[in-house]
Write a protein that binds this ligand. Structure first.
Ligand SMILES: C[S@@+](CC[C@H](N)C(=O)[O-])C[C@H]1O[C@@H](n2cnc3c(N)ncnc32)[C@H](O)[C@@H]1O
Length: 215
């Protein structure tokens, strides 16, 4: 089905497109195994991973997003996707379970301290040898200047979100993702400006990492 028709049929709020980092990550994956999509949104990445042969668990707290994603999943008969309404901060991440954890543009939707809290849980939930794929808005993002000049910083680099579906916005610091995954093998790292995949801004400051748990 054509992209525009697909988006109209399911009333997707965002373009139903696979994230560029997810496309890149596929080169490091063996096309199978259990995958957790943390903050799956409307499900474009989860659907892509499922079509690549992964057994996908997709979690998000937004009911509307999940409703649209379920309709799509059912129509596409993607029986290898399990969609759960969960808070990613309180989710009971099972130990040594997933071959892949994908967390795209989600840690920037929480407080810095919440990211710290779930980081260890994510790292323990991936199997040894498993891959983490993560992206976030960072300190270079033009929006960070707006927030700094108009909003109170409630934690380092963290503000209450002005609009949108999430309550907070956290702009990750320089080298942050590289540092927090220093005990993993870093397979790919990027920090800089990138186009906005939602087409809402000319550019974003982004940090991307693909890394492997070694032990
Ligand atoms: C910017 S969107 C990214 C969605 C998707 N990963 C993508 O790349 O298009 C952030 C997503 O994280 C979800 N999210 C943010 N905080 C969450 C939380 N505490 N628990 C569950 N989902 C959360 C939002 O509902 C939203 O779907």
């Amino acid at each position: 089905m054509k992209q525009s028709l697909l988006e109209k049929k399911y009333r997707f709020e965002n373009p139903f497109k696979v994230d560029p980092l997810v496309r890149k990550a596929v080169h490091y994956l063996n096309g199978g195994g259990r995958l957790l999509d943390v903050g799956c949104g409307e499900g474009a990445d989860s659907a892509f991973f499922a079509k690549e042969g992964h057994q996908v668990t997709a979690i998000d707290k937004n009911d509307e997003y999940l409703k649209r994603f379920r309709a799509y999943r059912n129509d596409q008969k993607l029986s290898n996707i399990s969609i759960l309404r969960r808070d990613v901060i309180t989710y009971r991440y099972p130990r040594n379970t997933y071959d892949v954890i994908s967390c795209i543009l989600v840690i920037c939707c929480m407080k810095r301290s919440e990211f710290e809290r779930i980081l260890g849980l994510l790292k323990r939930s991936i199997k040894p040898g498993g891959i983490v794929v993560m992206s976030a808005r960072n300190y270079l993002d033009p929006e960070m200047n707006d927030y700094q000049s108009t909003e109170k910083m409630i934690e380092p680099n963290t503000f209450r979100k002005k609009e949108d579906c999430c309550r907070f916005v956290y702009f990750v610091e320089k080298n942050r993702l590289r540092e927090v995954f220093a005990d993993f093998d870093i397979l790919y790292y990027f920090e800089g400006f990138a186009p906005c995949k939602y087409g809402e801004h000319p550019k974003h400051g982004d940090s991307y990492i693909i890394c492997r748990r070694t032990k």
